[in-house]
Design a protein around this ligand. Structure first.
Ligand code: PAF
Length: 283
């Protein structure tokens, strides 16, 4: 595995691959890699001849009170995991190379219909930070295919919308959520959970599964279902439920009937962890 820090070196490596007609895949990450990330890499490897993975903790997508400084940085372990999967290039740009003029730079902004709700409602500039860094990375790597996890479902939709709106020549592949044996969706932030909280955390996936089953059996009282689920989580020991909402899987607007393709999106807080999860419902 070739670990590259400079953009010019990355460009010359990828250019040589493309001149040889090779298909290039790209997986952007913020590091602290777990089996969920590695599943994205595996998918990219299946689809492409060469795979680039980036590790960059992007300051632009963290709010002032969020965990940018304490976000786990585990470069050595990440590098070993990626090397064991025979990733071709690990791209680790510095903040100075990524943002030479600081964060006061051009921003890619996907319309608020998709970015102003759910995660965007409580994290106002988060998706501008995500779409800007992903657009920059797409321009830097120039891959043919990129892989994003469905765990960050709204992020996936934002990237798909950006690629469509800006005619970015890259295919976005959506990868399924990877879960622990007890159903908890894997996340770098799960390590913020204490032992007791870790035992409670899988209830989030259980209530989502129960809502999905109810909808599949014909229940269309979405608000009742999500209110009951919210109360169940609080009774189980969650500190706060930011939202549980049944949404249209494309627009992410609140769904009105089960005749749509749906996704149930949820965020709940347990101790210092803010847990995201979702379930798709295809009828
Ligand atoms: O999902 C993430 O890890 C980040 O939001 C991403 C896509 C790497 C952009 O920084």
């Amino acid at each position: 595995m070739n670990t590259i820090e400079s953009l010019s070196e990355l460009r010359s490596v990828v250019k040589a691959w493309k001149l040889s007609g090779l298909i290039v895949g790209f997986v952007p990450t913020m590091g602290n890699l777990h089996a969920g990330h590695l599943s994205l890499v595996e998918l990219a490897k299946q689809r492409c001849d060469k795979v680039v993975v980036s590790v960059f903790v992007n300051p632009m997508q963290f709010g002032p009170d969020e965990d940018f400084d304490s976000y786990p940085r585990t470069f050595q372990a990440d590098s070993e995991k990626l090397a064991s999967l025979s990733v071709d290039v690990l791209y680790v740009p510095s903040v100075a190379e990524m943002y030479p003029n600081g964060l006061e730079q051009s921003v890619v902004s996907v319309p608020p219909a998709l970015t102003g709700l759910l995660e965007g409602a409580s994290r106002p500039s988060h998706f501008d930070g995500v779409s800007t860094i992903v657009c920059k990375l797409f321009n830097m790597v120039q891959a043919d295919v990129s892989v994003f996890g469905k765990k960050d479902y709204q992020q996936l939709r934002v990237i798909q919308q950006m690629v469509q709106d800006l005619n970015i020549p890259i295919e976005v592949v959506a990868a399924p959520i990877v879960r622990d044996v007890d159903g908890l969706a894997l996340s770098s932030r799960n390590q913020y959970l204490s032992k007791t909280e870790r035992a409670i955390a899988p209830k989030l996936s259980v209530v989502l599964q129960d809502i999905a089953l109810a909808i599949e059996s014909g229940n269309q009282s979405f608000t009742v279902l999500t209110d009951v689920a919210t109360q169940r989580l609080l009774d189980e020991g969650f500190d706060l439920v930011d939202y549980i909402q049944v949404c249209d899987s494309i627009t992410l607007q609140a769904a009105e009937s089960a005749s749509q393709s749906l996704v149930i999106l949820a965020v709940a807080r347990l101790g210092n962890a803010r847990l995201l999860d979702n379930r798709e419902v295809e009828l």
